[in-house]
Design a protein around this ligand. Structure first.
Ligand SMILES: [Zn+2]
Length: 554
């Protein structure tokens, strides 16, 4: 049996999804508020019998593994791996891509050891770290190293690996030691495995201050937070997120180990999900310059999901500081004071936006209307990005008070599920999905197909060809959208006894036939009015009418 199937056999989808959202029993299913779109009334449905979920609001659907992939932002392989680890199942690492990834991890580990050794032998690199006051113990913890300005790295690695593989790992590029003469920061994933490097320039002639490993199958900046593997064990209440390696390392060294750093990217949904597994509270210490604020504005959608605060350096001399330079210049105690007085993210944004428009101290009503309007709109846009409706309301009332203006909350697009209307064809497919053998009651299957269009027809035709397969297997052959419709239709009818199902199914077929005959009759009638002498039409009309009467009497 394959690993994914084994996992699905061992974990129950209702219990599993209950880890993330609260599910309530409703009839034969379980329902809750969808974690994938915002809603006030639950339309997220979990079917225990067939072990699938479907959201009537946003259409997300699938099995336990699909749910886990979606909510943790993982790909299939990662999802299966994590769940297998949790269950203590043996992971078969025979497949080619796992083998390749293990090789890349080996190269990084091997290179890291080389860099650490070279650092110990280099007074030049040692002096640099001494100057920046990075203690030897911290150097050990962060496995900081040095890549000499020569070819020794390549010579060393070639003893074990091909140059092609080294290029693939990103440690070299076009057979060239791209990190030569740099201080090396290994970048680890959340489990502490080294997936890449960042190299800091130590020589004046090196153009880029930092260079990173290129994106590889194991290195993606969107997914990595520097130092998170170390920080996660120290998160009690919150996580501090800063921008630079030295900022992160400094705060760790000074005892604030619940600190991590982004790698020159905005926070991604993946980052947020990773963080949320440990805490909901996050302190940002980004640059408060123009670019930093712009980045913060872009982050609203992501940050609206967290309890976010912003640490600011209120320095009289207006000199640009970062956490590293601030702690060096003042002290960690002073930094902790900043932490205490950090503003919540949206108040921070409001303030910055008003400042940008020179409105911070002026009475808004006396200012230029055009400036006020731009500022207010910017604030509204930021608040509209908050996903939690309660939080959004709170910020709206706060903004109204602060601005002393009657900002009207955008009657935001209700994402509540629109009431869908289902036709008889939908119900027929629903029954057929539950029991394809009901098809035996359909006399002319080809003729019957005319009752369906589009996706329904596609599902019907597939059902006629695959009566024997289980619902799970049937759905697994569908594309995502069609599968979603199958799940939705499966949930449309209730669990019933076989005879009840058959009776309802036959009644539906009958009703459908009646509908069709009535339509035909109306059609012929209209034609007869246009061509009163057409005997053929009259005969067709009579035949249809008789059929209809017969059916009605059945
Ligand atoms: Zn949904």
């Amino acid at each position: 049996m394959n690993l994914a199937q084994e996992i699905k056999n061992r974990l129950d989808i209702v219990d599993f999804i209950n880890r993330y959202i609260t599910l309530k029993k409703s009839g034969n299913n379980y329902i809750g508020l969808c974690p994938f779109h915002s809603e006030k009334t639950p339309s997220f449905t979990v079917n225990k019998e067939k072990q699938f979920f479907h959201c009537f609001g946003c259409g997300e659907s699938g099995d336990l593994i699909t749910f886990y992939m979606k909510i943790e932002n993982l790909d299939f392989k990662e999802a299966v791996k994590n769940l297998a680890l949790e269950l203590g199942l043996e992971i078969n690492s025979d497949d080619e891509s796992t083998k390749k990834e293990n090789l890349l991890l080996d190269i990084n580990k091997f290179a890291c050891e080389f860099f650490q050794k070279k650092l110990k032998n280099s007074d030049f690199a040692q002096n640099y770290l001494k100057k920046r006051q990075i203690e030897p113990k911290t150097q050990e913890i962060f496995q900081i190293g040095y890549n000499p300005n020569d070819n020794s790295l390549i010579d060393f690695l070639l003893k074990k690996y091909s140059i092609k593989l080294l290029n693939e790992s990103g440690i070299t590029s076009n057979n060239y030691n791209i990190f030569a003469g740099r201080l090396m920061f290994p970048i680890s994933d959340e489990y502490g495995k080294i997936v890449g490097f960042s190299g800091r320039a130590l020589h004046d002639d090196q153009k880029a201050k930092y260079i990173n490993t290129k994106e590889t199958s194991i290195f993606s900046k969107q997914r990595l937070l520097y130092g998170f593997d170390k920080a996660k064990n120290h998160i009690k209440d919150y996580l501090i997120v800063c921008e630079g390696y030295f900022d992160c390392i400094r705060l760790h060294q000074e005892g604030l180990q619940c600190t991590s750093a982004t790698m020159g990217t905005n926070l991604s949904d993946y980052h947020i999900r990773l963080i949320k597994r440990f805490t909901n509270k996050i302190y940002f210490n980004f640059d408060s310059d123009e670019a930093g604020i712009k980045a913060m504005l872009k982050n609203t959608k992501v940050l609206g999901q967290l309890d976010a605060y912003v640490i600011e350096f209120n320095l009289k001399d207006a000199q640009k500081e970062d956490p590293d330079s601030f702690v060096m210049k003042y002290s960690i105690q002073e930094y902790k004071k900043l932490l205490q007085s950090a503003k919540d993210y949206f108040s921070f944004l409001e303030e910055k936006i008003l400042k940008q428009h020179n409105l911070q101290n002026a009475r808004l009503t006396q200012s230029q209307p055009i400036l006020v309007a731009t500022a207010v709109n910017a604030i509204k846009n930021a608040i509209d990005n908050i996903s939690d409706p309660v939080l959004k309301n709170l910020y709206y009332s706060k903004a109204r008070r602060l601005l002393n203006l009657n900002i009207v909350q955008k009657n935001y697009k209700s994402q509540e599920t629109p009431k869908k209307t289902y036709t008889k064809s939908h119900y027929i497919i629903s029954y057929l999905l539950k029991d394809p053998f009901l098809l035996d009651w359909v006399e002319d299957k080809e003729e019957f197909a005319k009752n369906f269009d589009g996706t329904l027809k596609e599902i019907y035709l597939k059902l006629t060809q695959n009566k024997e397969v289980s619902f799970e297997q049937f759905v697994s052959t569908m594309d995502k959208q069609t599968a979603s419709i199958c799940y939705e239709l499966y949930l449309l009818t209730h669990e019933e006894s076989i005879s009840q199902k058959r009776t309802n199914f036959l009644m539906l077929i009958n009703a459908l036939e009646l509908e069709k005959l009535k339509k035909q009759m109306h059609y012929y009638l209209k034609k007869i009015v246009q061509e009163p002498d057409n005997e053929e039409l009259k005969e067709l009309y009579r035949q249809t009418k008789n059929k209809l009467q017969r059916l009605n009497n059945e």
